[in-house]
Write a new protein. Sequence first.
Length: 527
Amino acid sequence: MAPATDNPASGRRRREGARRTVAGSPPRDGRGGRGGAVRQAPWAQPELIYDPVRLLSDDQVEDIHQASLQVLARTGLEVQDSEAVGLLRAEGCTVDPANNRVRFDPAFIESKLALAPKSFTFRARDPAKSLHIGGRSIVFSPVGGPAFLSTLDKGRHPGSIAEVGDFVRLVQSLNAIHTAAYGFVPMDLPAESRHLDIMLALTTLSDKAIGCTALGRTRVMDEIAMMRILHGEDEAAFARSPSLSGIINTNSPLKLDGEMAQGLLTLARAGQVVIATPFTLAGAMSPVTLAGALVQQNAEALAMIALAQTARAGAPVIYGAFTSNVDMRSGAPAFGTPENVRAAFATGQVVRRYGLPYRSHVATVSCAVDAQAAYESQMSLWGSVMGGANVIMPTAGWLESGLTTSFEKLIVDAESAQLVAGLMQPIATDTDSLAVAAIDEVGPGGHFFGVGHTIERYETAFYSPMLSDWRNFESWQEAGSEDAAKRANAIWHSLLAAYEPPALDDGIRDGLSDYVARRKRDLANPI
């Protein structure tokens, strides 16, 4: 029998019947909403249900590991912090006093790796939003750290603390985003104290797990103090339940600067999460070959993880990776490239050799929320997910090689995260799902819109988009011919308008505000 699509008349009758059946339903324009509410999937932490991509053989993974140990033993890592150097020297590492070049014995690295937890719970203020880190669990996190903010309303501009507050409100409102971060640097505040205002926004405007600025001992100590006020805990209790994470970057190649080292030690000693992340761009800050870039990345990450375990045995750590390549014509970074994705796949295999949680990323070079931003981000998202990453940071909001955060891109990327989470739903094969009775009821030539099996499930059967516009051309044109960026702009405005702050005890709120005020006075008037 010829397929039904070969019969234009029967196909037309089914389409007309379908239109009649769904007449009067709300338009599926992705903004869902009676009353303008934004349609979202419910809060959930997804798990990878597929086998991660294996790009390397087991022997190749072992080659990368052994080469990394050779680099650490022969070349070493320059550590620009006397306390960190002293700790490593006391553990038997060789230190060149002329330049603080630390060389690591392979047995030392192996022994410290064995101390790092394979998984842990990352605590949120709302216990329902606490996260499992490790195994096949996936965490989608927002961008943090760029110097600029971009919106369709104001264009690219230095961000303010008021806009940081709006960013935190948005990530709190987006179910697909699992943690809170500050998005971008508030350039209207003094550099020495703005971490306090950032943490005040994070602790009061969101009840999700928090990522902090991990630059230097003083900042991290302030952030830890504020988190202890938030949870009402002493030092020992707070250390038992990590609720603060910080990214520690090497200054590749093979250098750990003083403030990053201090941030690492302070987080680790407090039992908080160290995300040890080299930033290795092949051809510039690491060898031009992917294998060489992975060896250097691995050496730097292992050294930082070993330092964290030296500071506190069992401190929660995440192996972070950001390996991509540069444009060899200009030296500019490139993301979402085949090399970027292959590096994410390969890194996942290396990290699984150690049994550690793995952090990867979503990134783009594009300066606008356009097709380039979408396909580069989707490529790097796919590399991260199918590479087996546990934490994808950033997942949402990144533009311009990390120089800019975009509110519209935040929404576009949250839709991508929702899509990936939907992809992680297994296919049910129980009797009702196999639908033999429904197929029998409809029979040849009918349609399934009106049968009970469909009516019982039509609201939840399929993925429902937040951003995508599924209307036909005429309806889309009549509604203003808006592209994805314009629809994203409307969505983030709607989310801000509907935002309600999570409940917080007035005493805790006052304690946080008092701490910020006191520390600002201290920093303005150092003894």
